[in-house]
Design a protein around this ligand. Structure first.
Ligand code: C2E
Ligand code: CA
Ligand code: CA
Length: 499
């Protein structure tokens, strides 16, 4: 202000001032210099006006232009702005966003029977509830009538995962809208149909996206009240299949449709050391379902906790049976443990309980962990493993060589055996890299005083090379495929008779 005044002889601008009663208000101040006969400044004259009312009007106009007066939510115009921004930022971050179109069921009936006042109260309450269902940064807008739209941002970059999250928000909204509404003295039960359109790049226009979410919403309405639909039919199908699968796994647990198969592990003179327990789902209609088709989903949905517990219990029961027979007394069982299962606070207690309940020698039970489970929170992992080691249970590192565990971390973990991943064994007699990796793992394990087992051994050539490198535990089709317990035991007897 001063520099302008000195240079130009006048200044004007907006500033905050305080009234005598203490109120702060915005004023517009205009200052002019008054000069004497020899061009010296003798006075300044300031004229100001209170622009408070003006400011408020600007603010009101802004609100009217961008917000819905009934619910105070962003209106169609602001929704379009935000959607454009979200599309741009999603594209840049390679993430998905979702447009969720919500249409309340039966608002018209409420208006017609109770009057618009009740309809308005409902819309206001719905606006509140919707805002509670989303994260900061997401936008909840009202398009008009009984239609609301939500923009979700920052969803995962993989489409199925993004769909799962968007659907979870939609389900949460439906759950929230199902809770009774208290519209003054009137109790109202609401529901809504929801359409979802995922987006990741600015290929389609804003209008198109909105239309597609709207179409999905109509499809949901078509299915009856309180439904959710995706615009993309393929996405819808994938999600349905997932939901079916989840439901089926749950039922399969109850119906005992899971079985453990056992795959033999041998030493360098082909003597059985034990077995790896591999889960199988024997489906009444679809036959045998391999674990890779259901374990990942079980891991995402927490069903792995029940499944994993069942596997441990079953393996312990088997160890007990084997302990009572001279032929099988020395055999160990290795059980695969999922990250989520291992991280569960009750894991140690569950294993302990199973070991005690079946009164087994705990050294016969081996837990197979993977490298990826060890990298976060190493200290915590070590403590947990040590608690189990105290009980007498042993650990192996599965799929070794495919992850990123540091030597430092390896040295600190209470492991008894490393398992060379089958991808290195597959081409070991031809691929120089695989040879170097396997050789290195084997000598490293020897230096660290760990056993090492190679998995996926299918040919005599592979076996010969591994033996040459100093490996002396093996597992793979060359020695036996994973088979049901009866077959496994029959094989043992057969081998003993012929050996
Ligand atoms: P994994 O632990 O690496 O299991 C080894 C897989 O390699 C098994 O597949 C086994 O059948 C297969 N295999 C064994 N020998 C050979 C061979 O010589 N050649 C070839 N090509 N493959 C061989 P499977 O049974 O389909 O299991 C796949 C994965 O499912 C397992 O990989 C494990 O990660 C998971 N899994 C299996 N059972 C369980 C379980 O009870 N709990 C958990 N959490 N995961 C399990
Ligand atoms: Ca394994
Ligand atoms: Ca493995």
């Amino acid at each position: 202000m001063w520099s302008t005044l000195i240079e130009k002889g006048c200044w004007e601008g907006e500033l905050w001032n305080r009234r005598k009663n203490g109120d702060i208000y915005p004023e517009w101040l205009h200052i002019n210099a008054v000069y004497g006969p020899d061009n010296e400044v003798v006075n300044y004259v300031g004229v100001f006006s209170d622009i408070g009312p003006n400011k408020k009007m600007q603010k009101d106009l802004h609100r009217l232009a961008y917000f819905d007066p009934l619910t105070n939510l962003p209106n169609r115009r602001l929704l379009f702005d935000r959607l454009q921004q979200t599309i741009t930022s999603s594209e840049r971050a390679h993430q998905y966003g979702a447009l969720i179109f919500i249409d309340l069921d039966n608002l018209k009936t409420l208006n017609d029977t109770k009057g618009h006042k009740y309809g308005d109260l409902l819309l206001q309450e719905v606006a509140q509830r919707l805002q509670h269902c989303v994260r900061k940064g997401d936008t909840v807008a009202r398009l008009g009538g009984d239609e609301f739209v939500i923009i979700l941002q920052g969803l995962p970059s993989e489409s199925t995962q993004a769909a799962v999250q968007a659907e979870a928000v939609a389900k949460k909204i439906q759950g929230n809208l199902k809770d009774v509404f208290y519209l003054e003295e009137f109790k109202y039960h609401g529901s809504a149909c929801i359409g979802i359109k995922l987006f990741s790049e600015s290929k389609s226009s804003i209008e198109d996206l909105l239309k597609q979410a709207d179409i999905a919403m109509y499809q949901a309405k078509h299915m009856g009240r309180n439904n959710v639909c995706f615009f993309d039919p393929i996405m819808q199908e994938k999600l349905n299949a997932r939901t079916d699968m989840e439901h089926n796994i749950r039922r399969a647990i109850e119906n005992n449709e899971f079985q453990l198969y056992y795959q033999v592990q041998v030493d360098s003179v082909n003597h059985p050391l034990g077995a790896e327990a591999l889960i199988r789902w024997v489906h009444s209609k679809r036959g045998m379902i391999p674990p890779l088709q259901f374990i990942p989903l079980a891991e995402e949905t927490d069903l792995i906790l029940d499944l994993g517990q069942w596997v441990i219990e079953t393996a312990c029961a088997q160890i007990k049976t084997w302990e009572q027979n001279a032929l099988t007394r020395e055999l160990t069982i290795s059980v695969n443990v999922s990250a989520k299962q291992f991280e569960h606070p009750d894991f140690v207690a569950q294993v302990h309980t199973a070991v005690k309940k079946h009164a087994i020698n705990p050294a016969m039970l081996k837990l197979e962990l993977t490298e990826s489970m060890l990298v976060n929170n190493v200290e915590h992992t070590i403590n947990k493993m040590n608690e189990l080691k105290v009980i007498g249970v042993r650990f192996e590192l599965d799929d070794f060589g495919t992850g990123y565990s540091s030597l430092y971390c390896l040295k600190k973990l209470p492991l008894s055996r490393l398992k060379i991943d089958q991808s290195f064994v597959r081409d070991i007699h031809t691929d120089n890299n695989d040879q170097v990796i396997s050789k290195t793992i084997i000598s490293m394990a020897q230096n660290m005083n760990l056993y090492v087992i190679a998995e996926g051994v299918e040919t005599e050539d592979q076996l010969a090379y591994l033996k040459k490198c100093g490996c002396n535990h093996f597992q793979g089709y060359l020695f036996g495929r994973p088979v049901p317990i009866e077959e496994f035991e029959a094989e043992l007897i057969h081998a003993q008779l012929s050996g």
